[in-house]
Design a protein around this ligand. Sequence first.
Ligand SMILES: CC(C)=CCC/C(C)=C/CC/C(C)=C/CC/C(C)=C/[C@@H]1[C@@H](COP(=O)(O)OP(=O)(O)O)[C@]1(C)CC/C=C(\C)CC/C=C(\C)CCC=C(C)C
Ligand SMILES: Nc1ncnc2c1ncn2[C@@H]1O[C@H](COP(=O)(O)OP(=O)(O)OP(=O)(O)O)[C@@H](O)[C@H]1O
Ligand SMILES: [Mn+2]
Length: 355
Amino acid sequence: MSITARAEVIAAPKISVTFPGLTKQGIPHTDLQVQEIVTRQSWPNNLAKEGGCRKPQFHPMFLEEAYNKCRDICAEYAKTFYLGTLLMTEERQKAIWAIYVWCRRTDELVDGPNADYMNSGVLERWEERLHDIFDGRPYDMLDAALSDTVFNFPLDIKPFRDMIEGMRMDTRKSRYKNFQELYLYCYYVAGTVGLMSVPVMGIAPESSVSAHSIYNAALYLGIGNQLTNILRDVGEDASRERVYLPQDELAQFGLCDKDVFSRKVTDEWREFMKEQITRARFYFNLAEEGASQLDKDSRWPVWSSLLLYRKILDAIEDNDYDNLTKRAYVGRTKKLLMLPLAYTRALSKPGFSFH
Ligand SMILES: CC(C)=CCC/C(C)=C/CC/C(C)=C/CC/C(C)=C/[C@@H]1[C@@H](COP(=O)(O)OP(=O)(O)O)[C@]1(C)CC/C=C(\C)CC/C=C(\C)CCC=C(C)C
Ligand SMILES: Nc1ncnc2c1ncn2[C@@H]1O[C@H](COP(=O)(O)OP(=O)(O)OP(=O)(O)O)[C@@H](O)[C@H]1O
Ligand SMILES: [Mn+2]
């Protein structure tokens, strides 16, 4: 059965929305883009090389220092994820650290301490720098690590540009009319991470499913993570006057922004949250199938990310759906127990259940 067909079966949404990216009624833009990227990945070279650029020749010690800096940032911001990367081959872990740092810096432009200085010029300049990275002309040391990475792996610039587009969207918009709008935002800021990661993590040689479906699964893991991140942070985002929830679905449960800002956990809120959690789990389930298709050395960090983020949904339930005054947290013990489980999952061979 194809992943698309299965998604339609599972969806049976109580909320009357489609799951874009999977169906023609959705956002074909996103799906087309996956198609385009997969096609490019199958070329022997990436776009930068095709444009005639040669691999930049950095001094090996400079590169080592650049990657070490990326490693340190990754270890500081995402400890568990960093542990997961340690099981990857050296080339892959360096590449993932460099991508992580670029994503983190992009996110910090809008979320970080200098966010007050954010304007369209800042993002334009950041995008120019991105092109320079892909052309082998990095601006600083952290950019140099990514520049080296894009010449070592068949990375496409499109998901990187799309992430910047997501930051633009975030600066312009603080409400989402429906799930379709929210899905696009989630694709931009997190689905893109999945698309960036697959060429580095590699597909298992024994996998017989299409590359297209694996890229889709990676995109869905990003969507699941971002939806979870949003549900965990509703209260925190409300303090910044932001509501990353579909307005039409709030209304279906008799809710509106005022209820979010009042921070009262009512039965309506609980019912609404149950539906949102179901949807996030739906995307995690889709991603699971792809995680087993990755190269065996890359599966552990992916399973860790999937299981950790999924646990945050359980923690929201354990808080009786109070994500307005509390931040769902997965305790250290639970988190550590999850690592061997992720490892066991990572040992499972690619299945042949979808194409
Ligand atoms: C192996 C692995 C997990 C690789 C991904 C590493 C990577 C490059 C991560 C970058 C993450 C990042 C900094 C993104 C910027 C935008 C952002 C902040 C998105 C949110 C991440 C959570 O971060 P955090 O909780 O720290 O955010 P705040 O503190 O609230 O700012 C997101 C929720 C997105 C995370 C999305 C992913 C990690 C995508 C995972 C998908 C894959 C790795 C593909 C796996 C492949 C298959 C086939 C399933
Ligand atoms: N125990 C947790 N409960 C809820 N969310 C978490 C937890 N641990 C991490 N996260 C979220 O997942 C993201 C990445 O996870 P990771 O475990 O790699 O980071 P971390 O450095 O271990 O996080 P933390 O410093 O919060 O323990 C974090 O940035 C955070 O937003
Ligand atoms: Mn953020």
